[in-house]
Ligand binder design. Structure first.
Ligand code: GRF
Length: 203
């Protein structure tokens, strides 16, 4: 399957997907990286792997719909079949989400449905949860809300800071995201009537 990754910044999850896809037995190929920011560090990483990169800045478009339409065009030009959001920091318009329904996934640094949105590690610490983690889910129009594909958990340690907890979760994200993409690319998970349906998945 041809996969495009949407980023806004560092791109460490994107790099994890690229690394996984280098294995010839991986069922997906990263064919392009699209960023809404020209200064996204992930763009350089993608370029070193000779992966096509595109910058589609919201400043060049009048409104969210027009910006998302330009992103959709870039994805179409790449002949992408699956879109992975990896630290893409803009809310996507319902029309765009509809176009990629069941074919677009996101990674979120918390165990959804807890801690949607930003600053998840600080909020996990403030709440006092003893287990935290990350989630890969299908993208639906509401932020961090779609059907869950995969989750992984880490303990919260008594002396954790936002940074130490965040690092522990990030390492796990880098393992979880390729696993989840594999499930989707192999057709072992699909979205049907708003839920994730699995087949041939060993629990
Ligand atoms: C990750 O924590 C991801 O879960 C969240 O944004 C962060 C992006 O980091 N959606 P990176 O750009 O993949 O390094």
């Amino acid at each position: 399957k041809r996969v495009a990754v949407l980023i806004s910044g560092r791109g460490s999850n994107m790099a994890a997907l690229i690394a996984a896809a280098i294995d010839p037995s991986f069922p997906a190929e990263i064919v392009g990286v699209v960023s809404n920011r020209a200064d996204a560090r992930g763009l350089e990483i993608a370029a070193t792997h000779s992966i096509a990169t595109r910058v589609v800045s919201s400043r060049d478009y009048d409104g969210r719909e027009a910006h998302d339409a330009a992103i959709h065009k870039a994805l179409t030009e790449l002949k992408a079949e699956i879109v992975c959001l990896a630290g893409y920091m803009r809310l996507l318009s319902p029309d765009f989400v509809q176009k990629w329904k069941g074919r677009m996934i996101n990674i979120h640094p918390a165990l959804l449905p807890s801690f949607r949105g930003l600053d998840t590690h600080a909020r996990a610490l403030a709440t006092g949860v003893r287990v935290h983690g990350c989630t890969v889910h299908f993208v639906t129009p509401e932020m961090d809300e779609g059907p869950i594909i995969a989750q992984a958990a880490v303990p919260v340690l008594t002396d954790d800071t936002e940074e130490t907890l965040g690092e522990r979760v990030l390492k796990l994200e880098h393992r979880l995201y390729p696993l989840a993409l594999r499930l989707l690319a192999e057709g072992r998970v699909r979205m049907s009537d708003g839920v994730a349906v699995f087949s041939g998945v060993e629990d």
